[in-house]
Write a protein of this length. Structure first.
Length: 140
């Protein structure tokens, strides 16, 4: 994977919709990608067998395809977008990253990106929208 200038990466992330970078780069805007959605249980970040299978499929796809890198896109429900929620989202992304690395994906190819609250799926106050608890593994 090519090294990305951190300032350029932050600019690209902002252009992608107000994302916060946790790693060393972001995908180019015009690149084709494959997305694997992972849904975690409420207030959980553990990799259960269903999650492990999705991650395994993403790792297999990355090895088979012409992949420049992998972005783990973190979503967290607006019904608790606070320090706890952000930390939980981060643990989820780190768990997926660790699982990808165990499945043979080089650590340096994986970038974590936090999706801004303004880009979450709409939900009524106090409702935990499953789409906002997802974490996406995006191969680009």
């Amino acid at each position: 994977m090519k090294a990305t200038n951190p300032i350029l990466a932050a600019t690209i992330a902002l252009a992608l919709g107000g994302c916060a970078l946790f790693g060393g780069g972001a995908p180019p805007v015009d690149v084709k990608s494959s997305t694997f959605e992972v849904f975690f249980d409420v207030d959980r970040s553990d990799v259960n067998p269903a999650v492990a299978e999705i991650v395994r499929n993403a790792a297999d796809s990355s090895r088979r395809g012409n992949v420049s890198g992998i972005t783990i896109s973190i979503h967290s429900g607006a019904a608790g977008w606070n320090a706890h929620s952000q930390a939980l989202s981060r643990r989820r992304a780190e768990a997926l990253k660790a699982e990808l690395v165990r499945d043979g994906v080089p650590n340096a190819e994986i970038v974590l990106v936090e999706v801004a609250e303004s880009h979450l799926a709409p939900a009524e106050d106090g409702v935990r929208e499953p789409q906002n608890r997802r974490t996406e593994i995006i191969l680009w």
